[in-house]
Design a binder for this molecule. Sequence first.
Ligand code: BGC
Length: 735
Amino acid sequence: MLVSASCTTNNKAPSSEGTPYNAKVDSLMNLMTLQEKIGQTVMYSGGWSVTGPTVSSNNKKFIKEGAVGAMLNVYSVKGTRELQRLAVEETRLGIPLLFGYDVIHGFKTIFPINLGLAASWDLEDIEKGSRIAAEEASAEGIHWTFAPMVDIARDPRWGRISEGAGEDVYLGSEIAKAYVKGFQGDDLSKHNTILACAKHFVGYGAAQAGRDYHTVNMGYDELRNVYLPPFKAAVDVGVETFMTAFNEVNGVPATGNKFIFRDVLRDEWGFKGFVVTDYTAINELVEHGFAEDEKHATELAIKAGIDQDMMSSANRLYLEALVNEGKVDVKLIDDACRRILLAKYKLGLFEDPYRYCDEQREKEMVYKPEFLEAARQTAAMCSVLLKNEDKALPLDKNETIALIGPLARDKENILGNWAAAGDRKGRAISVYQGIQEYLSDSKIVFAKGCNIEGEDQSGFDQAIKAARKADKVVMVMGEDYDMSGEAASRTNIKLPGRQTDLIKAIRKAVPNKAIILVLMNGRPLDLSEEDTLADAILETWFPGTSGGYGVADVLFGAYNPSGKLPVTFPRTLGQIPIYYNMKNTGRPIPPDDPKEDYKSNYIDVPNTPLYPFGHGLSYTTFEYGNLELSGETIGMSDTLTASVTVTNTGDYDGHEVVQLYIHDKVGSITRPVKELKGFKKIFLEKGQSKRVSFELSPKDLEFYNNEAFVIEPGAFEIAIKGTSDFDFEHSFNLE
Ligand code: BGC
C-alpha cells in the first residue's frame, strides 16, 4: 500500500519547521507499528565506496520488512530506483527511502578539496559549486549529502583538515552558510535540491595530537567561541540534518552527548531537523568505555537526541526491547521518526518517490560543460601564491618549460580525497594538459623525476637533463590523495618521499633558473626547505576534475591569483598548534627583542609561522591606506563603520580579499590577539582605487565567558589588511 496517495502535498515548505507537513506526518504515524517507526531510524550502506564494514547481504530483506529508512553509498538512477521500488511497492506502508552520500566537494565534476575552496574566500563561488554538486547528485538519485563538514581544524596532522574551511571561526561560519544554501537551494521540493548535513557535531577537528577519532577535551569557552559557531551558522540558514562526531567531548562521546544535542542544538538553537550518527558511532560508545554493551549504547544515543543510526544496527536490534523494558520512552522514537518523515515530505518523496530517478536528466546533468568550466574557474580562484621572487610567475608563452614531478601528469590524485563519484581513471585534466593549452609540445620538457612516496631516485638524472634544456622549471609535487581525509593523520608534514631531494638536485644543477613549485596537498605542509629552494610556490590543494586547466590559467597569468590561506602554514611541526588568533600569554615576546629570556618563545625557531592565515600574493600589488572609523567611541546600540582605500599599485588587474580584524584588549576572559570579523573580495584594475567599508555592531564583539554570552565595553584595536600578519595602529571604544 502506498500511503503517499493520501498524503500528497504542494511541497512548498523549505523551512525547517515543516509546519504544512505535520498533519500528514501525524496521520502516517498513526498507521505505523513501533517496528516500522524504528525502521525509519535505521540506515544501511549499499556497499559502494564503503568507508567501513557493511551488512549488505541482508539489505534488501530489511528494506522489504520496512526496517530501513535510509541508504548510503547508493547512487545512479538505476541503483536508487531499484531500492526505492522495494521500499515503495513491497512494504506495508510504502514509505520511500532516503538516499544519502558524501557529496563533499562535487559529485562527478569534482571541485578543489574543501580547504582549497575556503582559500578562495569567495562565498558566491562556494555556493555555486555546491549548487552544481546538488544538480549532479540529485540527477543520480541522491537526496541528501553528508556535507558540509564545518569542523574548525587547527592541526595539520589531522587528515580531515582537508575537508573543512580551516582554522577560523568567522570564515568557517560564512562558508558553512554558503554550502548549505548551495545544496538545499530555496525550495527542497525541487528535484535538484538535496538535504545538507552539518558535521561532525562537535569538536572533531580538535582531536588530541591530530590523530583521527582521538579524545577531545576543551574548555566550554573554546567550545562555544570556536567550535560551535559554524554549526550555529548552518542552523541559521536552515540546514536540515546534523551528523554526530566520532570523538568524545570532555569525557562524553558525541553520539551519547545530551548536552550538545538536546541542550545546545535543540533547546538553545531550536534545530528542528534530524540527527544521524556517524558510521557505526552508536556501537563505538562501547569501545569508548561509555556504554556497557551495544544495547546500552542504543539507549544512551536515543536519549541524547540522536534520530538515525548509520550502520550500527543498534536501533534495529535493540530499540524495541528497550521500549518494552521501560528503559526508553516510546515518545523518543516517535520524535525521531517524525523528524525523518518530515524530511521525506519536504523533499516531495511522498508525492513522487522516483522524482530523483529520471534517466534523461541523469544523462544531461552529469559533467555538463558549464560545470566543468565552473570547476576550472574555481580551481584558479582557490590557488594561493605563497611566494613569487623576482616575478618567477607568471610564465611566458615564449619560454621553454621543464615540467617535473610525480603530480605533473597525474589524473588520479588531483581529485583529492572524498571525491564522491568522481572518475580517477582519466577524466581529470592534469597540469601537463593544462599547460598544453598555452605551450606547444616542443616547449614542454617533461620528466617525472620521482614518485610521491618511496626512495627511488633513478629518475633524477632525466629530470636534471630536462631542467637544463628549459628556461624555467615547474615542479608539481605534493601528497597522495589518500594521505589526507579520514583516518589519514600524519606525524610528518613534510613533502613525502624524495621530492624535496629532487628539488635540491635541480636547484644545484640549474642555480640560476627559476624553479616554480606547484603543490597539491590536503593539509598545511612544513615547506621551510622548499621555501629556500624555490623561487615561486603555488599552493593548488587538490584542484579537481578541471584542475589542470585552472592551475595553468594561474601559471600563465590568465587568472591573477587571489587565494588567501584559510589556515596557518607552520615553519615546523613542533609549532603545532599554531593559528593566527592565539592568546597573548602573560609573557609575550617583545617585538624588538624576540630572544629575550623567560618569554613565551622557542629557543630554536621563531614563534611566527612560515605563511600566516590570510596570506596570498597576487601578480600585482595592493596598497592599503587612509583607514577611517565613523567614531572613536560607539554605544551598545550603535554601529561602527570602518573604511579603507585599497589601490592596485602593480601591473595586472586582480582580485584582493580585504580582511577586517579586531582585538578586544581586555576581557572577563582573555581574548585572542586578533579576530577576523569581516572580509570582502574586490576587483581592481591596475592603477584603480576603491574605498572598502565594513560595518561592525556590538553583537559582532560578543563572546562566551564561561558563564554567559557577553558584550563587554572597553577598548578594541582594529585593522583592515590583506593578511593576518600586521601590527594594529587604530582603535575604538565600546561604551
Ligand atoms: C565519516 C563521515 C561520512 C560517513 C559516511 C564516516 O566514516 O566520518 O564523515 O559522512 O563515513 O560515509
